[in-house]
Write a protein that binds this ligand. Structure first.
Ligand code: BES
Ligand code: MN
Ligand code: ZN
Length: 488
């Protein structure tokens, strides 16, 4: 991850700068710089009809003095300037700098020190790249940003505010790295290895292998896993930052490292995207890394079910019946509705063993949620108005937005099987809701929420906080929700 330095607002006299500025008369370093280059910056902004709207940019080449390039970044109206706008400005600044080279200074002397730290978060998130498998740079690519300084009024204060946020940035980048990995490189055992590295942050990690899961009666998860040569895992992470006898908060993730659909095989077009079907698990890992990295005053458990959904002579068949850890039986009418089978066992196990204050699961669960909400919001399904309220409010604050979906009892009727307690599909109408109702059968009475992130985990075009590719959706949201409502 890019290392950010903070300095005071005395600026270099050459190179590349990004200047954050609000509409109106130039202030601070921007004003001084504009004078130094004979008014070239304000003239360029005027000529380009640049209005300093939030996160918009105007690139000024060779404005004078020794500068190669100055990127003007809008902050928008001062009263609307909050952490999210600061982050978006940081993202825009990072994009402006990386078009030119690998280094630069971001001038943020007119924003409060706390917000300057959020600018830094934006710079890190906006400059994220996944280059593990490039042996050669792309044509015209200047390479990753390696050297960025945020020039601000109070660098000591800003870098203090950056400490916890840098842990969150690391969590988001870890999540994106995991989601970006191709499925041949990240099967359940490799995923487990990546999670074991969290021990360096003080996270306790425990692994359940096939035998252990068999003893616990994880028939639903193991049924999904049986078509793959890769052995499944359930991995449990614990961060104990709260009081010893405080019940933990719990996060649960779907970690299907590749979803071929199984015998109910998916169409060929776009199947490659199913390497991202572990984004829920990756978000849980990223959240645990963030909480541990900033030493959050909370007890948290993260549990991820890791399997590969494949076809083979031993793969699960449509019509098979499996027995879940909860004791309920499920008729598997479609092997492509595998996420809910994995989560059924892992959710039951998590509430049974940890008796958490609440349980939030994340999963790329249904294509139907993409039809409902597009890529703008994730689906929120919950049995608790309080928990749903905390999640929704935090979503609006962080920009990782949610939309609450209904959970009427009538939807559960669509999951009645002719020969078992439940079937794993409820038909096309309301497909995301029946999936959520299925999960709800395995949460007992614990306050629980399910985030269907099938539309938000991965993006085919850059967003306000992420380049094209894995977004890291959920990490900033859950970290902030814990910080706001459940810490201390
Ligand atoms: N992993 C998919 C859901 C998905 C679809 C994620 C598109 C990301 C993008 C899930 O396992 C799945 O296949 N769901 C089926 C359920 C159906 C068989 C009831 C679906 O959505 O079609
Ligand atoms: Mn599937
Ligand atoms: Zn899936």
């Amino acid at each position: 991850m890019l290392d950010i330095a903070f300095s005071d607002a005395s600026l270099p006299t050459s190179g590349t700068l990004a200047i954050l500025a609000a509409p109106g008369a130039p202030a601070g370093a921007f004003a001084a710089l504009d004078v130094a280059v004979g008014g070239a910056l304000t003239r360029a902004a005027k000529a380009a009809k640049f209005r300093f709207d939030a996160a918009k940019t105007c690139v000024v080449l060779a404005p004078g003095a020794g500068y190669d390039r100055v990127v003007l970044v809008g902050l928008g109206k001062v009263d609307a300037l909050d952490a999210t706008v600061a982050e978006q400005a940081g993202v825009a600044a990072a994009r402006g700098l990386s078009d030119a080279g690998t280094a630069g200074v971001v001038v943020a002397d007119t924003v409060a020190p706390d917000l300057a730290a959020h600018v830094a978060l934006g710079i890190v998130l906006g400059s994220y790249r996944f280059d593990s498998y490039r042996t050669q740079p792309r044509k015209g690519d200047a390479g990753p940003l390696t050297d960025v300084t945020v020039a601000c009024a109070d660098p000591v204060h800003a870098s203090q505010a950056w400490q916890p946020l840098s842990a969150v940035a690391r969590g988001v980048c870890l999540c994106r790295d995991l989601v970006s990995e191709p499925a041949n490189m990240l099967r359940p055992p490799e995923f487990e290895q990546r999670i074991l590295a969290l021990r360096d942050l003080g996270v306790e990690v425990e692994v359940l292998d096939r035998d252990a899961m068999h003893k616990l009666g994880f028939g639903a998860l193991l049924g999904v896993a049986q078509g793959s040569d890769a052995p499944p895992r359930t991995v449990i992470m614990r961060w104990n930052g709260g009081a010893q006898d405080d019940a933990p908060v719990a996060f649960v993730g779907k970690g299907v490292t590749f979803d071929s659909g199984g015998i109910s095989i998916k169409p060929a077009a776009g199947m490659d995207e199913m390497k991202t079907d572990m984004a829920g698990a990756a978000a849980v890992v990223g959240t645990m890394a963030a909480l541990a990295g900033r030493k959050a005053k909370v007890n948290a458990v993260g549990v991820v079910g890791l399997v590969e959904n494949m076809l083979s002579g031993n793969a699960q068949r449509p019509g098979d019946v499996v027995r879940t850890a909860a004791g309920q039986t499920v008729e598997v009418l479609n092997t492509d509705a595998e996420g809910r089978l994995v989560l059924a066992d892992v959710l039951w196990y998590t509430q049974d063993r940890f008796k958490p204050r609440f349980m939030v699961n994340l999963a790329t669960l249904t294509g139907a949620i993409v039809v409902s909400l597009g890529i703008e919001r994730a689906g929120l399904f919950s049995n608790s108005d309080a928990l749903a309220g905390h999640l929704s409010a935090t979503g609006e604050k962080t920009g990782e937005k949610l939309w609450r979906m209904p959970m009427d009892a009538a939807y559960l009727e669509l999951l009645r099987s002719d020969i078992a307690d439940l079937k794993n599909i409820g038909g096309r109408p309301g497909g995301s809701i029946t999936a959520a109702k299925f999960l709800e059968c395995f949460v007992n009475d614990v306050p629980w929420a399910h985030l269907d992130i099938a539309g938000t985990a991965f993006t085919s075009k850059p967003t306000s906080h992420a380049p094209k590719g894995a977004t890291g959706f959920g990490v900033r949201l859950l970290d902030r929700m814990v910080g706001t409502y459940y810490e201390g």
